[in-house]
Ligand binder design. Structure first.
Ligand SMILES: [Zn+2]
Length: 267
């Protein structure tokens, strides 16, 4: 059974130590890895993960170009780095097209680290329209985030559902089973939506609980759900253990662990 992890973080070697220290400090989380690609591959090997998708986040508008260059350079048969576009980057829609032309199949957006609301159409329309046009997948951080106040609703499922309604052709992935620690809203607004709205499992299965998580996955459809870990904030070997507790059939497991990601990212 192929295992593809669609939600990890890794940084260029020269930046990893500082980036992980800053993030750990902000979130109060202890990392399970060093944030380098080599460290990621080591964690993958320990768990039998074949390919990991790296979710880069441009926290500054000017970082978009250097992140794209790193994504292209760091790609291997083990890691698929996604680029990022910042809402304040001049010609953000043009950058989305450049990402597609560079052969990178998706971008990651993080409402908190990039300070935007997904349904702020005046800032976001150009990005969504370009992504839908060139068939680029957008992974959204969804729900709460350790590093931000609990009442920050910028990544709420309500807003992400609005994006799906406005851009039904946009392939979008809502992380953390639709919304970290906002799973009631995820079930109400995202789970079971058809079309191009997908979910991934990172950092949430053990918190939701196996029975409820399995029901959410089946209701959404295993062909629209992907396995993710959020390494270095979780170890793939632990995430897989949580996944095994869901009690899915072999066919369902094969889809969530690898089949859906294989199709979505062309891996
Ligand atoms: Zn993450």
């Amino acid at each position: 059974m192929r295992i593809i992890d669609v939600h990890t973080h890794a940084f260029p070697d020269a930046l990893a130590e500082r980036a992980i220290a800053e993030l750990a400090d902000r979130c109060g989380c202890r990392p399970a890895g060093d944030g380098t690609v080599a460290g990621l591959v080591e964690a993958m090997d320990a768990a039998g993960v074949e390919v990991s998708v790296i979710c880069s986040i441009a926290t500054q508008p000017a970082h978009v170009g250097s992140i794209l260059r790193w994504c292209v350079a760091a790609r291997s048969d083990r890691v698929l780095p996604l680029a990022s576009v910042h809402p304040e980057t001049p010609d953000a829609g043009g950058w989305v097209r450049r990402v597609g032309e560079a052969g990178v199949p998706g971008i990651k957006l993080h409402t908190m680290y990039q300070d935007f609301r997904p349904d702020d159409w005046s800032r976001m329309d150009a990005i969504y329209a370009a992504a839908a046009e060139v068939d680029l997948v957008i992974t959204f951080h969804a729900g709460m985030d350790f590093g931000w106040p609990a009442d920050d609703d910028r990544a709420s499922p309500v807003r992400l559902a609005r994006v799906h309604e406005r851009f039904p052709d946009l392939r979008m992935i809502c992380s953390h089973m639709g919304a970290w620690r906002m799973w009631d809203l995820s079930r109400e607004h995202l789970v079971g939506r058809g079309g191009e709205l997908m979910l991934e499992t990172s950092y949430s299965l053990d918190q939701i609980g196996p029975d409820v998580a399995a029901r959410m996955i089946r209701r959404h459809g295993v062909d629209r759900v992907m396995f993710g870990t959020d390494w270095p904030w979780a170890r793939p070997i632990d995430s897989l253990r949580h996944f095994e507790r869901l009690g899915l059939t072999d066919e369902e497991k094969a889809a969530v662990l690898g089949g859906t990601a294989q199709r979505v990212y062309g891996i």
